[in-house]
Write a protein of this length. Structure first.
Length: 298
């Protein structure tokens, strides 16, 4: 997908779904049914691989069936995970218990109990993907949901729980979607494989996958960043939020760094893995290029 297809803001708390980990409270969004479960599939597969319990909460019984079909199509049927209880598909009404009206306090209590059950069952933690269309289906006031979203820190602090709240942009007003994006500690790109970027006083920060599909956006953004302020002594190219860096995109970065103004130093912030890619392609031969490796990140 084109890197600029996402209409929402991208900033310092934007990441790709591949980077969500226990302890994260993340916002996601989608604009059509094809996109609806793509982030959930990645989120679920990673949780299963890490030995975590995964709960997929859909808006109603019909989307539960859709979610199961979509994940099966993208990841295989996962019958063993379903049989063991490691993977669960449900609705919010079933999750909080039939007969209980929604309140933020009751839902958080249910999450705490589910975390305890997951740990007792031997799972490394709990991760939940919530399709927020359940809110409108049950007539819940958006203000009540915002209160819940901004007062849920207690279930995340022990690093045993991760949650993605996914908002349908066709259902929720734009101002509500933007408010939810801004208030969540983590906001996600619309779909796995996307690439986006945001600027800061230091330079440019990329988020997502830099590969063949997004190479044009990657290169164009680099050109702007490296030529935007001619008298700047140093410019940062932050790749620390990249999940994937292709050899082609890495080569583009090196070529553009080589052509940068004589007074500029190009600092590339990246993971050790991406640093090795750049080094194999000749990063050491570009005197103005500095690799700043980050360890222990997402």
């Amino acid at each position: 997908m084109a890197a600029d297809s996402c209409p929402l803001a991208v900033d310092e708390h934007t990441f790709a779904v591949d980077q969500v980990r226990l302890g994260d409270h993340a916002f996601a969004h989608y604009s059509n049914d094809d996109l609806r479960w793509e982030a959930a599939a990645v989120f679920a597969v990673q949780g299963l691989a890490l030995g975590e319990k995964v709960v997929i909460i859909a808006g109603s019984a019909e989307p539960v069936a859709q979610a199961r079909r979509h994940l099966a199509a993208n990841t295989g049927p996962r019958e063993s995970a379903l049989a063991s209880g490691q993977l669960v598909f449900t609705t919010m009404q079933a999750f909080v218990g039939s007969g209980h009206a929604f309140t933020a306090e009751w839902q958080l209590r249910c999450i705490r109990e589910e975390k305890k059950r997951a740990r007792r069952a031997g799972f490394a933690g709990l991760r939940a993907f919530i399709d927020m269309t359940w809110v409108n289906a049950q007539g819940i006031d958006h203000a009540a949901i915002m209160h819940r979203e901004t007062h849920a820190d207690e279930v995340f602090v022990d690093g045993r729980y991760a949650e993605i709240c996914s908002y349908d942009r066709r259902v929720f007003p734009p101002e509500v979607v933007e408010a939810m994006r801004a208030e969540h500690p983590v906001a996600l790109l619309e779909r796995p494989g996307d690439l986006s970027a945001f600027s800061s006083a230091d330079g440019v920060h990329f988020v997502g996958d830099a590969d063949l599909a997004t190479r044009e956006f990657f290169r164009t953004t680099l050109v702007t960043a490296l030529s935007g302020v001619p008298d700047r002594r140093s410019v940062l190219v932050d790749l620390s939020r990249l999940c994937f860096l292709s050899a082609g995109c890495a080569g583009d970065l090196l070529g553009l760094a080589l052509l940068a103004g004589d007074s500029e130093r190009v600092v590339v912030r990246c993971s050790p893995h991406h640093a090795r890619t750049l080094e194999r392609l000749g990063a050491a031969q570009i005197s103005r290029l500095v690799l700043a490796e980050l360890t222990g990140g997402r």
